[in-house]
Ligand binder design. Sequence first.
Ligand SMILES: Cc1ncc(COP(=O)(O)O)c(C=O)c1O
Length: 342
Amino acid sequence: MPQEVMQKAAAAVVEFDGSGLSLIEISHRSPAFVAIMENARSLALEHLGLQNKGYQALFLQGGASSQFLNVAYNLLESKAGYVNTGTWSLKAIKEAKLFGEVVEVASSQQENFNYIPKGYDIPADLDYLHLTSNNTIFGTQMKDFPKTAVPLVCDMSSDIFSRELDFSQFDLIYAGAQKNMGPAGTTLVVVKEDILGKVSRKIPSMLDYEVHIGKDSMFNTPPVFAVYVSMLTLQWLKDLGGVSKIEEINEKKANLIYSEIDLNPLFSGFAAKEDRSTMNATFNLTDATLKETFDEMCKEANINGINGHRSVGGYRASMYNALSLESVGILVDVMSELERKA
Ligand SMILES: Cc1ncc(COP(=O)(O)O)c(C=O)c1O
């Protein structure tokens, strides 16, 4: 999280805006919180270039994992397509199968998800095609998206607001807040209104996107703190220069670490080069006996949380929007120091 967002959020928990009350005490129906929710929804659409284009932004609960089933509940009438690019795609596929036929149109599972499948056929009769733009665990990222008349649904949990795209190519985008937006507790759903209302099943209110749209994302008590912090982060991003500016910074961070991985013989990258994620760099030591030394050097440099997921092993450097170029530089310095020592 950006430091200034953290400070504002901390102050608001003690007292919100001179009101004598904490942010987490004020009524979610108060004009102050209604304005926060409206601002957060509008900033989300603005950053994606989707204002006045028939889209609605919702801040829901239940994490991106709830969207795995919510998407199918609201959109899957008979058949949906899924591109299987990792653990999170697999979880989305599992949930969708409860609601109708699921076609896996492409998969990189045979190669332990180290690349993004390309050039696959998309059946024309799908209700939607589901993609995962950034595979957090494997460190792969879609650079191009299929051109198709089938509605596109995309899980952007780990790269939303990190780069410019034509977001109008998607009919539904969802993302848990906790990578590039705010604390866990809310999930952004951006949906094109005209894809809704087409399934024949009855949808329980809490799972029905149309119900949430009708209530301006306040059908029930919203996660006030998570929405407020998300709003602050979206405002921070706007003040910084928006998605195009953060994309520039994110590319510098990614270039810095991937150049080191490619130049330093002690490291090898996990993901196919053309599919490398700007958010999560996955890599291994080429000589496993150096693990203890490298881990100790990282600890001394105060580098935390770079262990790879157990399904990949090695290391994963997550470089979400709020992480500075300097922080990536510290890791790269430790990597080159290891080469000098070894
Ligand atoms: C791409 C992706 N999708 C879905 C999820 C699950 O999100 P949540 O924990 O909010 O349910 C994650 C979590 O890391 C993720 O990275």
